[in-house]
Design a protein around this ligand. Structure first.
Ligand code: B3K
Ligand code: ZN
Length: 868
């Protein structure tokens, strides 16, 4: 029996949180036998099940060839069950069930990268959220936890046979085939099942936990990539120690394996004891990958490791609760990364991602609460809102509680729910009970969409020596959520003496009564006023320090006050925020750039000496993509492009010799740690691009020497961008050289594609050239993303000839890889903000795509995008 792939989306395919019901059967154990052959894979499973509630025995399955079913030793015939393209219902089952099922699947032709699939010479799994049902029939839902025993059998040309847990047995079956049997002692949901079959080398290490468990650590990759796995291994050991020290969570198995695969839809996957990683998130080496990707490797390694407690040992009851594990784990990995590098810069980078991706998502047609209440395709909800806004909610609660109480809260969560599949309510209740602070009001953040607007006004009364701050919060009306409520907003704040730059100490019983503690004011009504006394001079207030809440702040700062904060604020994040607000005003409201130029010149040498990475971020000029996302109607990418170009040119001119002097004075080698060296490299690259704008005659020679002489990818790529994007005479030599050096290094070659796609003057022919290049591969998401991401770096291009590129991709991927197709289509989700005639043109292209697509993923996204 064959089951149709990709059922056409029908109106009734929406799943609602309110309809959640417990599963009728639980699975005590599952024995899986996976036999891989060249042209098919045989999967035999034995499930020991126990009735939990009344109701049919429902097993989910997709794209499976069913060969046989045996129930309590009786072979079933077609009258004993109902089968359709999504599920198998076994009729009239007793309370105790022993079910044997045989199916055949086709990983060799699985292009969706979900379930078990072949990627080159490697067979790997990706089962979250609903991939396991493509391996065998199973109650494939996160609230069914079971003990998995897995036998993997394959040809000996695949020497590595891995699955979760402990290796129990290996052996041969005939001359050419062999097998391995693994057992995972911890109960887990099917989405955490993994197996890997292939020919891989391994990097080994070990880690002794605080409980004395000696854990074998193994990172598997193709032989030539093993030297690029050391940074990941160090990050893994660091994460293991960090989770013990910060959350009291030691690792619980005797081994921890990571496998690198080049064809993967996202970053990585936290399968129990057997993580599977996109190569881009595990391979790190300064010769081949950039500083940013090295930082990303460390944070993703930590993220997947931290899931062992927040996600695996305590998992989600249903997929609506996804942000329970993702929001908490992102918050944990962000905190980990803050300990690795400049904490201020980590926060800056995390907030930049939030503002560039989550804020626009939450203000457009794809807006949804961090815990959605309905979906058609859950894969469409691995969003910035679930992940990043989810993390912000946890950060707010942690800011409010402070370290100690937050830890008491998390301890309580682990104590209450270890081994369970739970909800967001369970999490907030545990945190409240453990900390002794009622946090239930924060549930509102999980349940409603939109970015709150926080309006604040300050008034100084010189004779009374008081400073009054009034607050007001509001949310844009949402058609699907009519009853939007005020949310608790922790506002971290500081007052500075405008004359001396000294920070006032915030302490008085007035402040306490107004709910201000340790510089954090909890604003949880529609409106409120607080008063500071004993303020002897008109102060400058710094609000939302460290971005203490994910809101849009509206405070009427003067440009001079922002320049003051850039100079005197001791919180690095708010220093950066001051530059961003200033620059946004210059760009979108036509303010004079001079205040920024002067302030940055005054501040910079001091910041460079202290934290060069932070200094580099103070030059962040909001991207055209980000600025575009702040415009809700009549958006003209070309006009925005021009005004931003004008500003950058003015800045470059205004900075004068400062650029070259800074470029020549900085030496990455002389820095004391990676964070500082990374900062110096970033600054040098910024200065180089500014010099190119100054028309400096030597700049391309300098850039070409930097390109040729360095062994560091951030330096090489920074120089390559300056050469290529400015059409320097050396550009084509540099591009050819780069290709020659890195043609066999997929991650480096991705950058070669990206640099060309991101050329400001790229056109349809550029994209045509890149996508028909011999090294372009529609089966490798990283390569697709390198061209699409590069193209999207210039909205003026993305919104013109780029539209066809994204529409064509969505159409192609709809059948081949709908998860990726849906994701890439979202690049166009703000089409409705464009000025005419572009708006109607893009809309029409999206409308005409409707009849060409049928996957739930792409159809749901397209329908939502057009629903505005
Ligand atoms: N939990 C996985 C994401 C799975 C995405 C499926 N479309 C990776 C992570 O967040 O750690
Ligand atoms: Zn995650």
């Amino acid at each position: 029996m064959n089951i149709a792939a990709n059922p056409v989306v029908e109106a009734d395919q929406t799943v609602y949180l309110k309809d959640y019901q417990k599963p009728s059967y639980l699975v005590e154990s599952i024995d899986l036998d996976i036999q891989v052959y060249d042209d098919h894979t045989q999967v035999n499973s034995t499930l020991v099940m126990q009735r939990q509630t009344s109701g049919d025995l429902v097993l989910l399955g997709r794209d499976l060839e069913l060969k046989s079913i045996t129930l309590n030793d009786q072979i079933l015939s077609e009258k004993d069950y109902q089968l359709d393209s999504e599920q198998l219902i076994i009729l009239n089952t007793p309370d105790q069930v022993n079910l044997k099922i045989e199916v055949v699947i086709h990983p060799e032709s699985n292009t969706m990268l979900e379930g078990l699939y072949q990627a080159g010479d490697l067979f790997v799994t990706q089962n979250e959220p609903e991939g396991f049902r493509k391996i065998t029939f199973y109650p494939d839902r996160p609230d069914v936890l079971s003990v998995f025993t897995t036998r993997v059998e394959a040809d000996k040309k695949f020497p590595v046979l891995l699955a979760n847990g402990n290796l129990l047995e290996t052996g041969e079956t005939g001359r050419d085939r062999h097998y391995a049997i693994w057992q995972d002692p911890t109960k887990k949901p099917s989405y955490l099942f993994a197996c890997v079959i292939g020919d891989l080398a391994v990097l080994k290490d070990h880690f002794v936990t605080s409980e004395g468990r000696d854990v074998a650590l193994e990172i598997y990759a193709i032989e030539k990539d093993i030297p690029k796995c050391h940074i990941a291994m160090e990050a893994l050991k660091h994460s293991m120690r960090w989770d013990e020290e910060h959350y009291g969570r030691p690792y619980d198995l005797d081994n921890y394996m990571i496998v690198a695969v080049s064809q993967f839809n996202m970053g990585a996957m936290e399968n129990k004891g057997l993580n599977i990683f996109n190569t881009s998130c595990v391979l790190a080496d300064e010769e081949y990958t950039t500083d940013a990707s090295i930082m990303r490797v460390q944070s993703v390694i930590a993220h997947e490791y931290f899931h062992n407690w927040t996600g695996n040992r305590i998992t989600c009851r249903d997929w609506f609760q996804l942000c329970l594990k993702e929001g908490l784990t992102v918050f944990r990995d962000q905190s980990f990364s803050e300990d690795l590098q400049s904490a201020a810069v980590q926060r800056i980078d995390d907030v930049a991602v939030l503002k560039a991706h989550q804020f626009p998502e939450d203000s457009g047609p794809l807006s949804h609460p961090p815990r959605p209440d309905h979906f058609v395709e859950i894969n469409n909800f691995y969003t910035a809102t679930v992940y990043e806004k989810g993390a912000e909610i946890n950060r707010m609660m942690s800011t409010l509680l402070g370290k100690e109480k937050f830890r008491k809260g998390t301890d309580e969560y682990f104590k209450r729910h270890d081994g369970q599949a739970v909800t967001v309510e369970d999490w907030v209740e545990s945190l409240s009970a453990g900390s002794g602070v009622d946090l239930s009001a924060f549930l509102t953040w999980y349940n409603q969409p939109g970015t709150p607007k926080l309006e604040a006004k300050g008034e100084y009364n010189a004779s009374a020596q008081t400073y009054t701050l009034s607050f007001k919060q509001s949310l844009k009306a949402h058609p699907k959520y009519p009853n939007l409520k005020a949310v608790p907003i922790p506002v971290a704040l500081a007052l500075f003496d405008a004359k001396t730059g000294q920070q006032y100490t915030l302490q008085s019983h007035d402040l306490f009564e107004n709910n201000v503690q340790d510089g954090v004011y909890l604003f949880d009504q529609d409106e409120a006023v607080i008063e500071f006394t004993g303020v002897t001079e008109k102060p400058v207030v710094s609000l939302l320090r460290n971005f203490s809440a994910p809101v849009n702040l509206d405070f009427n700062y003067s440009d001079e006050e922002l320049a003051f904060l850039l100079q005197y604020e001791t919180n690095g994040f708010n220093q950066w925020q001051a530059t961003q607000t200033l620059l946004e005003r210059i760009l979108l409201e036509g303010h004079d750039a001079q205040v920024y130029i002067e302030a940055i010149q005054q501040t910079l040498s001091f910041v460079i000496a202290k934290d060069p990475l932070l200094a580099s971020r103070l030059f962040d000029i909001p991207s055209e993509g980000y600025l575009g996302s702040r415009i809700d109607t009549n958006y003209q990418p070309s006009a925005l492009h021009e005004s931003r170009e004008k500003l950058v040119n003015t800045l470059a001119k205004g900075l004068g010799d400062f650029c070259k002097e800074t470029y020549l004075s900085l030496d990455p080698i002389a820095q004391k740690d990676f964070s500082q060296a990374m900062g110096v490299r970033a600054l040098k690259n910024i200065m180089l691009s500014m010099m190119a704008r100054q028309g400096d005659v030597d700049v391309f020679d300098l850039a070409y020497s930097q390109y040729l002489e360095t062994g560091n990818m951030s330096e090489r790529l920074g120089a390559l961008k300056v050469l290529v994007w400015n059409d320097a005479p050396q550009a084509s030599n540099a591009l050819q050289d780069f290709y020659r050096r890195f043609k066999d290094e997929a991650l480096s070659l991705d950058q070669w594609f990206m640099v060309q796609a991101a050329h400001p003057k790229a056109n349809a022919e550029t994209i045509q050239y890149l996508t028909s290049h011999a090294d372009y591969d529609l089966g490798t998401p990283n390569r697709i993303r390198s061209v699409s991401g590069g193209l999207n770096a210039n909205p003026i291009n993305a919104w013109s000839f780029g539209v066809q590129h994204f529409v064509d991709l969505a159409k192609y991927l709809d059948e081949k890889n709908p998860i990726l197709g849906s994701r890439l289509l979202q690049v166009l989700s703000r089409w409705y903000t464009l000025a005419e005639p572009q708006r109607s043109e893009v809309k029409q292209r999206l409308e005409s795509l409707k009849s060409d697509v049928k996957s739930k993923n792409v159809v749901e996204t397209l329908n939502s995008m057009l629903s505005i």
